[in-house]
Design a protein around this ligand. Sequence first.
Ligand code: AMP
Length: 442
Amino acid sequence: MSFNNLQLIEPVLQALSKEGYTNPTPIQEKSIPVILQQRDLLGCAQTGTGKTAAFVIPILQLMHQHMQRSNQSQRRIKGLILTPTRELAIQIGESIEAYGRFLPLRHQVIFGGVSQHSQVQNMRRGVDILVATPGRLLDLMQQGHISLRDIQFFVLDEADRMLDMGFVHDVKRIIAKLPAKRQTLFFSATMPDEIKKLADILLTDPVKVEVTPPASTVDLIQQSLYLVDKQNKQSLLIHLLQDQSIETVLIFTQMKHAADKLSRSLNQSGIRTEAIHGNKSQNARQAALANFKNKQTRVLVATDIAARGIDIDELTHVVNYELPNVPETYVHRIGRTGRAGASGIAISFCDRSEKDFLKDVEKLIRKAIPVVKEHPFVASSLTTTNLLTRKPVSTVKSYRNTGESRRYGSSFKQRAASPGTRNTTRNISVQPKNKKEFDESW
Ligand code: AMP
């Protein structure tokens, strides 16, 4: 299937070709025709599947065609895209810019944490499509700068994340202001009950579109697990980062202060690193992200909320410096690599305090993450288990202080250099022992 089969207009096709896209991703192939038929859509898809283009492209096309027919002189906000984070809002704005480059439509991105002045000024000049985070949108609506009465297209993006971040109340207040007659597109990576209820309120006879469920998209990504004592995590990371074939790596910590601390230590070790999290100003976050995207910074340390939706083409490595306490977060994190079908590498560190988190992750992804048994900082007491099949697996002697460490860097390099190959079996021990031993050994 090519984009030419999707009844797209010439200016859109030209823009896609300029982006270098030839074929639609599965979510695009399924969603674009439905949206062009002006049906409501319930899309179950996470970032990395190409979902932004799946809704932006047909909205641009429908809006353009509608404007040509109606010959409206005054610009009013006809499309609203609501998304949970500033980073996602900016990225959606960039997508509109890219796919709409040959169309005379105007858009504006608004989010909190920065002065509203220039956002309001731009709104005054007239906008066709508004991309917004809920808080700033409500603010500007309350101040009378924005009216939603002309909305024809409404997109709720990352609905489950809106829920996680406590935005559902704000979202409901915004929905209450939308005209009843509109086309609504609803996207969520997961569909817990509360999200289903929200979808029921919002959508009229929707077409349901689902692409590979989140837990199975991780199959594309080569995952490995390093069992390591907490106090050795930093040394292990610095050791792994000596591999210069790792060009860009996104590292996750749980807490903001841990992100800062790690970033400082890596810089002191001569590894150019920046950190992004909610305490940083929006400008600082954008600057860090830009440096990372253009490869001035090799390492970006991030917390989950700050990194949500970060879209970096060619991100080859993700490191879970700390495992998340919510297993779905693991899937979201490693999904930052392996974008749009590319393969990527996800490395996770696990200390004994995180074994329950590991258990939950392995249950969710329905497999045991292969353990790298030979590295210089193997945890002092080391046994793990295949948590899903309940077949325990054990590893390995410690190579700490044996002088053998250098040798093992190469196994990492080998994997990094050829992410498509599954060459980990030699170094990953997975021989059954028993579960009791696993539990006792940590
Ligand atoms: P998204 O899921 O919207 O965050 O998109 C993930 C990534 O896929 C982004 O980097 C897009 O630029 C890229 N992308 C989207 N659609 C396509 C396509 N049809 N072909 C190649 N790359 C795409």
